[in-house]
Design a protein around this ligand. Structure first.
Ligand SMILES: [Zn+2]
Length: 302
């Protein structure tokens, strides 16, 4: 299963609006075939792996990190291909929250007397597809905030800092992983030095600083198949997102500078006592040569 998860990761940034899926076929303790979902519209992981295994799939076990699909989308259902191949057992990390599947894929397999085992490395599998799970459940994009801050928590602007090379590199990497980038009109001016798109991805949305109805804005982006969003900007856009519990993940990139005066990233969040504050969990910290990166998930989010 661990191998299936690692295979799935290879599709990062290319499968949306589909989830990332990897599959491994094992027969007589040997790998008979492996595959992953490479790109939206291309074959699913199960079909990719079955194709590699060929006749060896007969009587074998299939490991896959998400419940196989059972409907006609861009490609025929994977359950059909699995049944046809003669696979004896399917080991699955987690169910697919999509209402077209959600248990129906598993049921189809069991009806054909295929043994099914669920819940292997489930936590890891859900984390891997956290964007997909959030989108399906809440019809909202998975919102990432990325802030470049001085040590004393002020927004780093190109005017005041030499700029971090590693921050730029990280930003470019994040750009390739999300469906959309949302910036305020102020940040838009700085786009030239950080924003590089390939084949029109990610899509760029520039929002007026005075825009208040962020919930409506995110719902509209979701309707537009934006599953994951990276938000860049000042407190006019960051504050309402955080206040309305619409932020899923925060990346704080600190430089080793102290500014004193400067622009704060967040405004009034309605914090009056300790228990009101936005708390980050699942913290990860990475030290870099010209700063450090801290990431975490705000607690109490939707
Ligand atoms: Zn499928």
């Amino acid at each position: 299963m661990r191998m299936a998860l690692n295979l799935a990761k290879k599709g990062l940034g290319k499968t949306s609006p589909n989830p990332m899926v990897g599959a491994v076929i094992v027969k007589n303790k040997k790998i008979a075939g492996k595959g992953f979902h490479k790109k939206y519209g291309r074959p699913h992981a199960e079909v990719d792996a079955l194709g590699k295994a060929g006749r060896k799939a007969y009587g074998a076990t299939l490991y896959v990190n998400l419940e196989p699909c059972c409907f006609y989308g861009k490609t025929p259902p994977c359950t059909e291909a699995i049944i046809k191949s003669g696979i004896k057992k399917v080991v699955c990390a987690t169910y697919d929250p999509n209402s077209k599947v959600r248990g129906k894929g598993i049921k189809k397999l069991m009806e054909k007397k295929i043994e099914v085992k669920m819940g292997i490395l489930e936590k890891e599998a859900k984390k891997l597809n956290e964007v997909y799970f959030k989108f399906i459940r809440h019809k909202l994009p998975f919102v990432n905030l990325l802030l470049n801050l001085s040590l004393d928590g002020k927004i780093v602007s190109p005017r005041r800092s030499s700029g971090s090379f590693e921050f730029q590199r990280f930003l470019k990497k994040l750009n390739t992983e999300v469906d959309g980038v949302l910036v305020d009109s102020n940040e838009a001016k700085n786009l030239i030095w950080f924003f590089k798109r390939e084949k029109g991805k990610p899509r760029l949305f520039i929002v007026d600083k005075q825009k208040k109805d962020v919930i409506n804005l995110l719902h509209n982006l979701a309707k537009d198949n934006i599953l994951s969003l990276l938000v860049r900007g000042g407190k006019e856009i960051l504050t309402p997102l955080l206040k309305n519990k619409l932020v899923d993940k925060i990346y704080l990139f600190f430089t080793f500078e102290i500014f004193g005066k400067g622009e704060q990233p967040f405004g009034e969040l309605g914090v009056f006592q300790v228990s009101d504050s936005v708390y980050l969990e699942g913290i990860r910290v990475k030290k870099l040569s010209d700063g450090f990166l801290l990431s975490g998930y705000p607690v109490g989010r939707r």
